[in-house]
Unconditional design. Structure first.
Length: 303
């Protein structure tokens, strides 16, 4: 079935801390698909176990965070025989858990910073990063460069009730991100926040961060980062789309931070920016995601 003929239900909102961003992603996707005549229904997901509207051919997942890209809703849709966009439940769950993802990527030879699960007994000396093992949009992330920041970060970590925390060696240098669409690594983007690091506020506040696309790096370095991004994407079994975040250290060596299986689709999001730099407009990108995802369900699926 061609994407233009599908009845698409866009799932957005969700129950995580990224709900507002997800709603913006969903609205942008729905608008783009409607502009070319696709029949679209928007559903604001407010609880687990939600029902898919009758007549849906495929669900376009514009969800982020818990019950979005952690494999949970994917398992529900798989059990219901429903087609959906992006990776399956296994790859989604693996990528969302940074500790498990780290093990899988390191086993595949993906370059990464030193890290481990945080416990109150960990006695790392700064600099390091303390962050949730399973969250998104930099929620709960603390950069620690001195003992004062360490005390604040540890205090906050003890309050975190949503799962394990991860401690990771802080890499100081340019931050790059590489979008994956199908088997294509899109142009590298350099992310330059105006103040502090690339946290939630800098990600979703217009003008707070400068995005250089393509990144002002040599062609050979760009190709290296694109290859590493594809390596990370494949190591986790991801399909259709993802976005791989990479830090470069002082010597220019790459360290993969994480793989996002349902990257943002807002006007400030990076996957659409990279797509445009590759000559793929936003509407075409949405159609391509539908096409590639539908191919994962050869017998089709319909509620």
């Amino acid at each position: 079935m061609k994407p233009e003929k599908m009845k698409v239900t866009v799932l957005a909102g969700g129950v995580s801390g990224e709900r507002e961003v997800s709603l913006r992603s969903g609205a942008a996707v729905a608008k783009a698909l409607r502009s070319i005549g696709v029949k679209v229904l928007e559903v604001d997901v407010k609880e687990r176990g939600m029902k898919i509207p009758q007549g849906t051919d495929i669900c376009f997942l514009a969800l982020h965070g818990t019950y979005g890209e952690d494999g949970e809703i994917q398992r529900e849709l798989e059990a219901a025989g429903m087609a959906f966009t992006g990776s399956g439940s296994e790859a989604s769950g693996l990528a969302f858990d940074k500790l498990k993802a780290r093990d899988a990527m390191m086993a595949a030879g993906v370059p990464m910073a030193e890290s481990e699960e945080w416990t109150p007994a960990n006695a790392w000396q700064p600099p390091y990063v303390l962050k949730p093992a399973a969250s998104g949009s930099s929620l709960g992330v603390h950069l620690v460069r001195n003992e004062a920041e360490a005390k604040t970060a540890l205090k906050e970590a003890k309050k975190w009730k949503e799962g394990a925390m991860m401690i990771e060696r802080l890499i100081e240098g340019p931050e790059m991100t590489v979008g994956i669409l199908g088997e294509q690594a899109l142009p590298v983007i350099e992310v330059r926040p105006g103040k502090g690091f690339y946290n939630y506020q800098n990600k979703y506040t217009a003008g707070a961060t400068q995005y250089l696309c393509p990144a002002p790096i040599p062609k050979e370095k760009a190709e290296e980062l694109q290859n590493i991004a594809l390596q990370a994407h494949r190591a986790l079994g991801c399909e259709v789309l993802s976005r791989v975040d990479i830090m470069l250290d002082a010597e220019g060596r790459p360290h993969v931070l994480e793989v996002n299986t349902l990257p943002g689709m807002t006007d400030l999001s990076l996957l659409p920016k990279a797509g445009r730099a590759a000559g793929i407009d936003f509407t075409t990108q949405c159609l391509r995601i539908l096409e590639l995802s539908w191919a994962r369900f050869p017998k089709g699926a319909k509620v």
